[in-house]
Design a binder for this molecule. Structure first.
Ligand code: TXA
Ligand code: MG
Length: 329
């Protein structure tokens, strides 16, 4: 995580935010979670909204705090492989190899769930998504809790994922108990989700870990996402700012497009870092939020080539470009 300090604003509730490196941070977060409350936690991808998986009341309030439909399952965050053995019924050898290679890190694995994982968490599915985040505070918190933490991204449903504590406070700060500020998220884009329950392993969601890294390290070819595990979260419209998002394939095209739009009194902003994909990913959500804050009407985004990290960035931009139901003209 980079060290960026979130500036307090007038409407922040007293004591809502604690710095991840404050000596009392883990104990404060654990006390809230053990009491059935909700804590926003930093990870290397995006901020998560955590609940104790043993508390059905807390898991329910994750859905209501986000405005998220109950059939959109939650990722369970773990700090060691022993906890995977508690949460999953069967563990394929590929899961062991993938965890050894990429955990802690931005990889989520879908396995058959054990009885410890409730229908509330999985939306009634018989699988569970497990991930071990590369964040010192959050790993320490899970170890202190001695149980997994169910945590979706800490944004309002359908909105852009939060990559800094300030985004969480702005989105859902009034309906959660604590925000742990760990600075800006290193990757800025969600984890890659792989399904290890299908006959051939599949990538369900492109993310911060690239297909190329997965396939070369594990010596496996991943299929495309098909079949029953296709996540309901893979909606057409998601990660959407208020500004409209227009996709183009080059900076020249973006400049032309901005020129045409300025004639119709649209305030536009161009997004591109095609030369540096990690930077494009790390700042993407932040820039989409900043566009809204600055009253921009239209974001013109250059789609990166769909290789490496470009696959996840292009996926998010395409979803951001689709207007949510009801907003279509
Ligand atoms: O990087 C990340 O993965 C972040 C951080 C906080 O860990 N989490 C995140 O969670 O992006 P969320 O809830 O915003 O997205 C998780 C996706 C959803 O689309 C959900 O439908 C899918 O994972 N998912 C979770 N459990 C699943 C399951 N059992 N079967 C199919 N899809 C599942
Ligand atoms: Mg999300």
């Amino acid at each position: 995580m980079w060290s960026v300090v979130s500036l307090p604003r007038m409407h922040d509730r007293e004591g809502l935010v604690v710095a991840a490196d404050a000596p009392e941070a883990i104990e404060r977060a654990a006390t809230v979670l053990l009491g059935g409350g909700l804590v926003a936690i930093p990870t290397e991808t995006v901020y998560g909204l955590a609940a104790d998986i043993r508390r059905p009341d807390a898991v329910r309030s994750v859905f209501s705090a986000k405005g998220r439909p109950a059939d959109h399952p939650l990722i369970v965050h773990v700090e060691c492989f022993d906890r995977v053995r508690e949460c999953a019924q069967t563990i394929p050898s590929l899961a062991v190899e993938a965890a050894a290679a990429f955990w802690p890190g931005p990889l989520t694995m879908l396995l058959r769930r054990s009885d410890l994982i409730s229908d509330l968490i999985t939306g009634g599915r018989d699988t569970v998504a497990l991930r071990c985040p590369a964040n010192e505070f959050t790993l320490g918190l899970i170890a202190r809790m001695d149980t997994g933490l169910a945590a979706p991204s800490a944004n309002r449903f359908g909105h852009v994922s939060p990559t800094r504590a300030r985004h969480v406070v702005d989105d859902i700060g009034t309906v959660i108990d604590l925000v742990v500020d760990g600075g800006d998220c290193r990757y800025g884009i969600e984890s890659t989700i792989i399904d290890l329950t299908s006959s051939r392993p599949q990538i369900l969601r492109a993310g911060a870990l690239t297909r190329e890294d997965l396939e070369s390290t594990l010596d496996v070819r991943f299929g495309e996402s098909t079949g029953p595990s296709r996540a309901p979260g893979m909606l057409l419209s998601h990660y959407a700012p208020r500004a409209t998002v227009h996709l183009v394939s080059s900076v020249e095209e973006a400049t032309d497009c901005a020129g045409r739009m300025s004639g119709s009194a649209h305030r536009t902003r161009i997004l591109e870092h095609a030369e540096h994909l990690p930077m494009y990913a790390a700042t993407l959500y932040q820039q989409l939020r900043a566009a809204d804050d600055d009253g921009i009407d239209a974001v013109i985004a250059v789609l990166p080539p769909r290789i490496g990290l470009g696959a996840a960035i292009a996926d998010r931009l395409e979803k951001a470009a689709v207007r949510p139901e009801g907003e279509r003209a």
